[in-house]
Design a protein around this ligand. Sequence first.
Ligand code: NIG
Ligand code: FE
Length: 403
Amino acid sequence: VGPAADAATAARLIRESTPDRREVGNPPASRPPAVLSRNRAGRDGEDRTEGDGEDRAVDGEDRAEVEVIDAGGRAVIPGFVDSHTHLVFGGDRADEFEARMTGTPYAAGGIRRTVASTRAATDDELRARLRAFVAELRAQGTTTFEVKTGYGLAVADEERLARLAAEVTPEVTFLGAHVVPAEYAERRDEYIDLVCGEMLRACAPHSRWIDVFCERGAFTADESRHILAAGVAAGLEPRVHGNQLGPGEGVRLAVAVGAASVDHCTYLDDADVAALAGSATVATLLPGVEFSTRQPYPDARRLIDAGVTVALASDCNPGSSFTSSMPLMIALAVREMGMTPAEAVWAATAGGARALRRDDVGVLAPGMRADVVLLDAPTRVHLAYRPGVPLVRTVWVAGQIRE
Ligand code: NIG
Ligand code: FE
């Protein structure tokens, strides 16, 4: 694919080199791209992924720009859209992971340890680490990703995390309301005022989204509503961390405020599922967290069967899920959460795009950005069938090969 290539070129590449178009992930072209319309696929996921069966020629002057690549019968899918990461931080918490594997429960309080090591890092250290993570994502087929702040929790630190994140993605989320930092432990109202005031003003210019960790031990539903409202008033769009560690009000709050996505959704009751099903809020499931914390996996089958739009994301962070691998999320979703391979790949591509309200990525179709992944496998099923094997062979971002 040449430098001027777009999704039409990708469509041609796919047409010429993929034997089974059902493996491609194309939405039917007879209706708007899947990211623009709500998709209620059946259990087999076919109508989420099947192409329209029509060949499209690349004509006129475009032809000179086109390099046809023989994929040798390998599967081609859209680049992954990882709609939830926390990639700007210092240090790690391998000791906590090790302790969890012998029975110590996950505690969100560990976030404060990463806050300390993040504050101690220089901009250059954080930038170098972030760029290394971006390279890691790309190598695993992720072509669009979101990055949150949330390990600064002071005005200058949150501002620099947002600024550094904005160097690598337009999808920056201000998460000053991750936890109340230790120095405000006895003054949480003051901290919330800071988040909604000076910290928000410092971070909003670098950010698209406002997020809050609505959970016991973090922020209550009332506090979360107040913080999200402040973000919306500053021009940011809301998303929520909810129902991760236990039942709670996060999901219903997200629906009530019209959040693009509510993330985790591990502990849901029937009212939560019904609220999501009647809304435009995406349920973003983060199975790397359950893998790494030994909590029960969220029930994707229940959500999909209720008509909820489901996305998969990595939640890459040093505490609850230190992996950036979308293929691993797909494998876990299929093995542990009741998703078909087709549904899981959809959720990791088009679903992520919906969670970020993006209509230009996540689907291979004319007019979309040519974010394309060539797998070293004949079908997308192999992403779940061969867990842990590096099956991503070639990645194109906007038509350009990324090594
Ligand atoms: O999404 N839930 C809150 N935040 C992160 C965990 C952060 C950490 O443990 O450092 C999450 O899982
Ligand atoms: Fe998170």
